[in-house]
Design a binder for this molecule. Structure first.
Ligand code: NAD
Length: 345
């Protein structure tokens, strides 16, 4: 079966999922929506993506700008087997009520939506099977995806007693000019814990986790400082061994010069990834340290792209087209995701 995919919202996440869908042999992109006829609409045309109106009343603006459309978002929903809703946060829930439910069309939502928008919150490596055959899946946020990727592996291997993690979050995506801070470290949220821990629990409910978060003046990546009390204990080497075998995780070496998120992104640039995307969770090799039963490490999350492979797997789960292993393997191959291991080797 070739799954017909529509994408509602063509911003940071939508354009990346559109590109990733176009690379899948078992999917076809039936269209994307744009809310305004700006330069991004020109790019959608340049990529030959069928373009639909996110807001039908804007038809005159598109006509004036000379940008032809195939129809409205409702037309796109009618043509798609699954919609991926990449609209700004909280709009997805509204779109579900007015667009997807009335047409009985399956939909995938992003991490800006509440968990209650969907039947299941999803990180394919952890709970693919829970997404199989569902009508609505929520792919969790970039921070939660990063946390679940490493914590799931630790939980499987050693058991988790407790997690305390601090998220140093990018203030804005690179293209955003209206967000910040530009010269501050903002405690965000000011009341603790942050929502990230409860979000992890939507997927790993048994994990005892507390999270803190700050926002800093950077646009390229988040950085997490993670402390995990391991139920069964482990050595530093045991943990390195597990991470070095874990799909969609790479261990980056500070000793060989990768000491910052700037160098992590340069690494992705040198891989010649589109838009310097890093789909893999990057864990700093030398930061991994176990003392008694407590593990410490740093990890970097490329916020703009880490959720992309998860969305592709969610499309297969929701349409029951493949098994977990088949989907992860095909997604990894088509997106050229690195084999797990230490980089540079
Ligand atoms: P974005 O602002 O970059 O893109 C959203 C796009 O939707 C914009 O192009 C906007 O014009 C368009 N839009 C506005 N109203 C619309 C409507 N009614 N219908 C359809 N489209 C509409 O946002 P984003 O960063 O791509 O975020 C999308 C979702 O992904 C959010 O839930 C967000 O929380 C989540 N997410 C974002 C990131 C990130 O770092 N940017 C990471 C993971 C998850």
């Amino acid at each position: 079966m070739v799954v017909r995919v529509g994408i509602n919202g063509f911003g940071t996440i939508g354009k990346r999922i559109a590109a990733a869908v176009s690379k899948q042999p078992d999917m076809t992109l039936v269209g994307i929506t744009k809310a305004s006829p700006d330069w991004k609409a020109w790019f959608a045309k340049r990529y030959n993506y069928p373009l639909f109106l996110a807001v039908p009343e804007k038809i005159e603006d598109f006509k004036k700008a000379g940008i032809e459309v195939e129809g409205t978002v409702e037309d796109l929903v009618s043509q798609a087997d699954v919609m991926v809703d990449c609209s700004p946060e909280k709009i997805g829930a509204k779109n579900k009520e007015v667009l997807y439910l009335p047409k009985n069309t399956k939909a995938i939502f992003e991490g800006g939506e509440k968990a209650s928008v969907a039947d299941v919150s999803f990180v394919s490596l952890c709970n693919y099977d829970e997404g199989v055959g569902k009508n609505y899946i929520r792919c969790v946020s970039c921070n939660t995806t990063g946390l679940v990727r490493s914590l799931y592996q630790l939980d499987q291997a050693f058991g988790i007693e407790r997690v305390i993690a601090t998220m140093v979050r990018r203030g804005a995506d690179p293209h955003e000019i209206k967000r910040g801070p530009i010269n501050a470290i903002v405690i965000d949220p000011p009341t603790l814990p942050s929502h990230h821990g409860p979000d992890v629990k939507t997927i790993m409910p048994h994990v005892n986790i507390t999270t803190f978060a700050v926002k800093v003046p950077t646009t390229i990546s988040h950085l997490h400082c993670v402390t995990v009390d391991l139920k069964n204990g482990a050595t530093t080497e045991d943990v390195i061994d597990i991470f070095a075998k874990s799909p969609r995780i790479i261990l980056l070496s500070a000793e060989k010069g990768i000491r910052s998120t700037a160098e992590v992104i340069e690494f992705a640039r040198d891989l010649e990834r589109p838009r310097n995307d890093l789909y893999e969770l990057a864990i700093w090799l030398e930061s991994i340290k176990v003392e008694n039963k407590t593990l410490y490490f740093f990890q970097a999350v490329h916020q703009e792209s880490i959720v992309v492979p998860n969305n592709i797997d969610a499309l297969r789960a929701i349409t029951s087209t493949t098994t977990k292993e088949e989907s992860i393997s095909l997604t990894n191959k088509t997106l050229e995701i690195l084999e797990p291991g230490i980089y540079p080797p």
